[in-house]
Design a protein around this ligand. Structure first.
Ligand SMILES: NC(=O)c1ccc[n+]([C@@H]2O[C@H](COP(=O)([O-])OP(=O)(O)OC[C@H]3O[C@@H](n4cnc5c(N)ncnc54)[C@H](OP(=O)(O)O)[C@@H]3O)[C@@H](O)[C@H]2O)c1
Length: 329
């Protein structure tokens, strides 16, 4: 099934129209073979095809992270300009099933940190349902139980995050790593928050890199900024930058706004924000919040794509757009 997706460019101020089968004659003629030449080889067959009146005319890559090609945006603390993190505001059309099959054949393995959390749970469900990895390892501080048979082949590694270096083996042999780990200052205190959201996350990334992981996904936060005077945003920005320096073949940072989810755990402030934002988001879906399902789906879809930048940052709107590709199978 082909899904049409419209990505709007907030920075370029242009609206790119994505059409494939049934595209207008004008768009069709502007979609020259030269634009297809930029498609990753694996995707040139038409499984994943994208045309844009603007991008095609300029022969700019239509997949991957085209802003780098359009004008190299440097994000502070995220390495060199060449590796510069970019936001995702592109126009693509994709056949998720074909992408999944393509990816499945690569026989890749992954681990998930934080799979017991709200985002992690949804991400795990997406990954299991789509069956794109030959092995899935959950790394966490406790053993999880699942009733669904689909989860029976999961590998679980219970680790002590205070002594992570003693658990290096848990991080070995995974191609892809997802990190949805995190706590709050209210729950863990300022020091505890930093330990989890910075120390545990960074150490995990280091062990993953040493263990052969090539693509690391980090769920960070909207507003992450290592120069911020707010502990939360500063910590998120700092860990982003430090993981960026580890030199993963590919590092994908997701910066969601407030997560819309019916959280099991009671977090009154979050509940109030969600109650307000839930209504607000039906009018302005990406202004201040994002459904948690969109974040998980964006991580999944982004995995299936061949990245063209070493480091990429997906801001809330880009996550939302990517996360709305493909309905349930
Ligand atoms: N909530 C929001 O609105 C929001 C918005 C933007 C970004 N984010 C960020 O997105 C990420 C995921 O958020 P979420 O709400 O999905 O997370 P969550 O539901 O709070 O889950 C957090 C995960 O981290 C683990 N964890 C927490 N403290 C730990 C500790 N001391 N040691 C080991 N593991 C620990 C939890 O394991 P246990 O199940 O064992 O506790 C759980 O798997 C976080 O980094 C968060 O800062 C959140």
């Amino acid at each position: 099934m082909l899904e049409s997706v419209l990505f709007e460019s907030s920075r370029l101020g242009e609206r790119q129209k994505c059409e494939a089968r049934g595209m207008s004659p004008q768009a069709s003629s502007s979609s020259s073979s030269s634009s297809e030449d930029f498609l990753p080889t694996s995707l040139r067959s038409g499984a994943l095809r994208c045309t844009s009146e603007n991008t095609a005319r300029r022969s700019i890559p239509l997949l991957g992270f085209p802003l780098a090609a359009r004008g190299q945006e440097k994000v502070p603390g995220m390495g060199t300009t060449d590796e510069g993190a970019v936001t995702r505001d592109k126009c693509i059309r994709m056949d998720l099933k074909a992408m999944e099959e393509n990816y499945r054949q690569r026989n890749r393995t992954c681990f998930i940190l934080g799979s017991s959390g709200e985002t992690g749970k949804v991400l795990l469900k997406e990954i299991v349902e789509r069956n794109i990895f030959s092995k899935i390892t959950l790394i966490g501080r406790r053993q999880l139980t699942f009733e669904d048979k689909a989860y029976e082949n999961l590998v679980q590694k219970v680790v002590d995050f205070e002594k992570l270096e003693e658990y290096a083996e848990a991080f070995q042999g995974h191609d892809v790593g997802y990190c949805c780990l995190g706590t709050t200052k209210a729950k863990a205190g300022a020091e505890g928050f930093f330990r989890v959201d910075h120390d545990y996350v960074l150490k995990s990334a280091e062990l993953a890199k040493a263990g052969g992981c090539s693509h690391f996904h980090l769920e960070s936060s909207k507003g992450a900024d290592k120069t911020s005077s707010f502990l939360y945003l500063k910590t998120k920005g700092q860990v982003e930058a430090e993981i960026g320096d580890l030199g993963f073949e590919r590092f994908s940072v997701y910066r969601p706004a407030v997560l819309l989810v019916d959280r099991q755990e009671s977090r009154p402030a979050e509940w109030m924000a969600r109650t307000f934002l839930g209504a607000f988001s039906s009018v302005f879906p990406t202004a201040m919040s994002i459904p948690i399902t969109s974040v998980a789906r964006a991580m999944l879809v982004n995995t299936l794509q061949d990245g063209e930048q070493k480091v990429e940052i997906l801001e809330n709107k880009a996550i939302y757009n990517l996360g709305n590709i493909g309905d349930k199978k």
